[in-house]
Design a protein around this ligand. Structure first.
Ligand code: CTP
Ligand code: MG
Length: 233
């Protein structure tokens, strides 16, 4: 059974506002994208890596990916994360339905082998696997500036990536999603949850280091994390 990791780098990083996609920003002396690709390239459970890059930056991505032997393709993404996932699924047309596929945000440079291993292990007995962590903050539902629900914190999790799937299951979910004129952008577990509600999504533990570089402050934090690989979580 093959395992393919897709590194989603199709965004432009508007919130970080670096003047170029945030995955090209260097932390610890290397682009964020290089860190993310390396984690999967180095993992013994991963056979191939596909990089999905923002239009106009394919050459930069190809140069970053070149040293990594498992990178099978660098392809152009779409306008939304969902469209970038669809582009990746098309690139995986030749893979068998029982292949394991991992979708990872390129903006998470510090995903480690333990997290990837937990997702792969869980895919032995599950069709869909997410990575989650408890929230330190209380999370409430707010509408028009007023709290409308306060779900108990111990039932809530923050999702990270990679999200893992049996390829055939994800294909089925996307077939239904793409036929739905009301499809709203969401992550891949969101697509499975909505269109294949009978498929349980197993949640395994993530890591605090596996942060997503989203705002300018996260670049500063990532730079510190790059300098302190053994820093306690
Ligand atoms: N992504 C993608 N294709 C898109 C949009 C996002 O592959 N059209 C990827 C991003 O490159 C990132 C991940 O999905 O690795 C998570 O998205 P996000 O953090 O929102 O990144 P950006 O969309 O680049 O950032 P912003 O929303 O601030 O513009
Ligand atoms: Mg975005």
């Amino acid at each position: 059974m093959r395992t393919v990791a897709v590194v989603l780098a199709g965004g432009i990083g508007q919130r970080v506002g670096a003047g170029r996609p945030k995955q090209l920003v260097e932390v610890g002396g290397r682009p964020i994208l290089a860190h993310a690709v390396e984690a999967f390239d180095a993992h013994p459970g991963v056979d191939a890596v596909v990089v999905v890059m923002a239009a106009g930056h394919l050459r930069a991505a190809a140069a970053i990916a070149a040293p990594f032997g498992k990178v099978a393709a660098v392809i152009e993404g779409g306008d939304t994360r969902t469209a970038s996932t669809v582009a990746a699924l098309r690139a995986l047309d030749g893979e068998a339905g029982d292949a394991r596929v991992l979708f990872h945000d390129a903006a998470r440079p510090f995903v480690d082998a333990a997290v990837i291993g937990r997702v792969l292990d869980a895919l032995t007995g599950a069709e869909a696997v997410a990575v989650g962590l408890p929230s330190a903050d209380t999370i409430v539902e707010v509408r028009d500036g007023v709290v409308v629900a306060m779900p108990p914190r111990d039932s809530l999790a923050r999702f990270q990536t990679p999200q893992g799937f049996r390829l055939g299951t994800l294909r089925r979910a996307y077939e239904l999603a793409l036929a739905d004129p009301a499809l709203r952008a969401t992550d891949d577990c969101g697509i499975v949850h909505r269109y294949l509600p009978d498929v349980p999504i197993r949640v395994v533990a993530g890591s605090e280091r596996n942060l997503k570089v989203t705002h300018p402050l996260d670049v500063v934090v990532a730079e510190h994390l790059a300098a302190a690989p053994e820093h306690p979580e």
